[in-house]
Write a protein that binds this ligand. Sequence first.
Ligand code: NIG
Ligand code: FE
Length: 411
Amino acid sequence: MQKILIKNIKGLAGIQEESQSPLRGNELANLQMLENAYLAIENGRIADFGSMEELAGVVDWTDLQVIDAEGKFVLPAFCDSHSHLVFAKSREEEFVDRIKGLGYEEIGKKGGGILNSARKLAEMSEDDLFEDAMKRLEEIKSYGTGAIEIKSGYGLTLEAELKMLRVVKRLKEVSDVTIKATFLGAHAFPAAYKSDKEAYVDLVINEMLPKVVEEGLADYIDAFCERNYFTAEQLDRILKAGVEAGLKPKIHVNQFSVMGGVQVGIKHGAVSVDHLEEMSEEDFKSLSESSTIATALPSCSFFLNIPYSPVRDMLNRNIALALATDYNPGSTPSGNMQLVQSLACIKMRLTPEEALNAVTVNGAAAMELSEELGSITIGKKANLIITKPMPSMAYMAYAFGENCVEQTLLF
Ligand code: NIG
Ligand code: FE
């Protein structure tokens, strides 16, 4: 039996005696922390934790690997519930175009954006996509990510969507990062379908979805509900088909405009509705009355220079809030969950405690991983971050741009 003891922990953060997930509204402010603590791991699971004073009596020291965390914090590894981590090439030429004044939506209309990524992905082999994605996974792990959701959506043909999802499947098999896969065939309309958009929706529903499900390639279904992209009616059709095929929705809504996508998602039992930079009064009301998680993506707002999601208003309305990266080459070329927390604090006025809960407990809930991940709870997987020495837990969000993670332990 593999046994690890982490001792002298300056602060053990994110404790939940009883796993409670997701946290809603005011509950996010409640981050339980134990100072001068130990944590025991057996067979990759949290076996015990407590204060150092109680340690002497409880530990069987035989075959024990000991990690001394003097001056350091231990917390649950981050759960990044929204990403597009599998992609072909970076898009810094569009970044420069935007600096010179073009808008993200304008670039998309000119055939850049998602279609640009789709062209590049079509030319790339499955093996090369896999190698690149693996490197990104290793990098985000070094920033503390222990679980991530990854979407397709840069394929936009049956073959290329399957290629992307097969890459995600391989990542699931070889990586110690816990991965969930989402089918996002409805990410953008390929140029050939510009004048017959319904035909593309039919292709997604009738050709792609059955194949994706048959090969067991996805856990969730997604669509980008937005002006110039998919309408609320098209979203409704796609989600209905996805749910019938056994996939729960996790969707892109309200990035630039309110289209009714939030209500369509909730109607189909969406695990989460994501982006939410724009919110109507009705959207707040719908979310506060549902169990669907609202996922905000502050590093996307930062990079595109668009409004930040009004998350403080969401918490005041008792909504369950998660934060994720949206890691992708167009709107968020960063998978750094520490930066997400810093931006949530600086730009959205969350406290560091609220931000940390939103990327751990609630991130896990937004991937239906609450039973296994997201908190320091006996019996859960011991997927943990050991920080570098820090003066306080709030230092992590405060010291934006610094990597405060020393080690990400994953089992
Ligand atoms: O979540 N908004 C839609 N999809 C991605 C960005 C896609 C891209 O620009 O490549 C997002 O921001
Ligand atoms: Fe996204």
